[in-house]
Design a protein around this ligand. Structure first.
Ligand SMILES: Nc1ncnc2c1ncn2[C@@H]1O[C@H](COP(=O)(O)OP(=O)(O)O)[C@@H](O)[C@H]1O
Ligand SMILES: [Mg+2]
Length: 327
């Protein structure tokens, strides 16, 4: 006899001696009499309330989502990787489809996605880090890439040496990558909450971020380095960037890689992106120099269009205010 039975939609292991719940000949013969005695209509297996509930639950679950198979990923060498990264967002109803690749950088590829039921009508940008990142996280690779790896609280992580979690294992490296992607997410979320102009975040996975997309269905927002800024708007953009740096500093963060490459300009408004290199001035990094460099690069990017600011004086002033606790 079968050792399994269905109870409330689940297969459960049954005691050999226990009477089966459904389907023995003896029970079937007895049932009409008992039902008639109790005035209860005979119930078929399918009409059992638990079975019905289970059938409707499973068909809802199956019917709720088509398998995720965006056409835009067909034929990509990294298709399986991107698909598995984005599936998480699909399952969360945040995205419905991948429309196209926006940009492929050194470490990550950004995709434009159509919002799912929870983000109906929106376009979202998914930044997915490459598998290579999970393989090459050694101090040597960092040195070559100019990357500083930080954990979620902003502390610099040394990737070689004793006591490094999972130093040699793929799992350990995945943990480290997930940890600094978590840091990037946390920094950008903090920036957004402080009023820094930056895309709003929606979700995070171990190797990617999902955020507000800047641009329209045809073209993504250009970077500051790709456009000619009108003379009239250059000063306003520079002032907004410096104000963004000030607000972020108030949250104990310095972007650390601010430049015309990490500023998108959409509808005349600058948006700061790519917070992976951000530093916490309280952690003892060379924060003041990084702040000065961020300000200097913002000023240099807008200077050709007539915007003016004394980068050194602005940075000194921001730093002084920060030390006074007044930022
Ligand atoms: N929210 C967004 N909306 C539109 N395009 C974006 C968005 N975020 C990033 N991009 C595009 O993707 C590129 C890479 O993103 P970025 O965060 O700077 O990653 P990387 O680490 O590769 O420099 C950007 O230069 C920009 O062109
Ligand atoms: Mg960048």
């Amino acid at each position: 006899m079968d050792r399994y039975t269905i109870v409330g939609g689940k297969y459960v292991e049954r005691d050999e001696d226990e009477a089966p719940a459904y389907g023995t000949r003896r029970k079937e013969r007895k049932q009409p009499k008992a039902a008639a005695r109790e005035g209860v209509a005979k119930q078929s297996f399918e009409s059992n309330a638990d079975v019905q509930r289970w059938l409707s639950e499973t068909s809802e679950a199956e019917g709720a989502k088509e398998p995720f198979a965006p056409e835009a990923l067909v034929g990509r060498r990294d298709g399986a990787w991107v698909l598995s990264s984005l599936s998480h967002f699909y399952e969360q109803d945040l995205i419905a489809d991948v429309l196209r690749e926006v940009k492929s950088g050194k470490e990550a590829t950004v995709f434009c996605c159509a919002g799912g039921p929870s983000a109906e009508g929106l376009l979202l940008a998914a930044k997915i880090y490459r598998p290579r990142m999970f393989r090459s996280l050694s101090n040597d690779a960092q040195y070559r890439e100019g990357r500083v790896v930080r954990n979620e609280s902003g502390k610099q992580v040394k990737l070689t040496g004793k006591g490094v979690p999972g130093r040699a294992s793929a799992k350990g490296r995945a943990f480290q990558v997930a940890s600094w992607i978590g840091y990037e997410y946390a920094t950008q979320a903090l920036a957004y909450s402080l009023g820094v102009p930056t895309p709003r975040l929606y979700a995070q996975t171990g190797n990617g971020l999902l955020m507000e997309y800047l641009g329209d269905a045809e073209t993504a927002s250009p970077r500051l380095c790709e456009i000619d800024v009108g003379r009239g708007e250059a000063q306003a953009i520079l002032d907004m960037l410096i104000e963004g740096v000030r607000l972020l500093l108030g949250g104990h963060r310095i972007h650390g890689d601010l430049s015309a490459y990490n500023v998108l300009v959409w509808d005349g408004q600058p948006y700061i992106i790519d917070f992976a290199q951000a530093v916490d001035p309280r952690q003892g990094d060379d924060a003041r120099a990084l702040l000065a460099r961020d300000v200097q690069r913002a000023v240099a990017a807008l200077a050709p269009y007539g915007a003016r600011a004394d980068a050194r004086a602005v940075a000194d002033n921001l730093w002084w205010e920060y030390l006074q606790g007044g930022v």
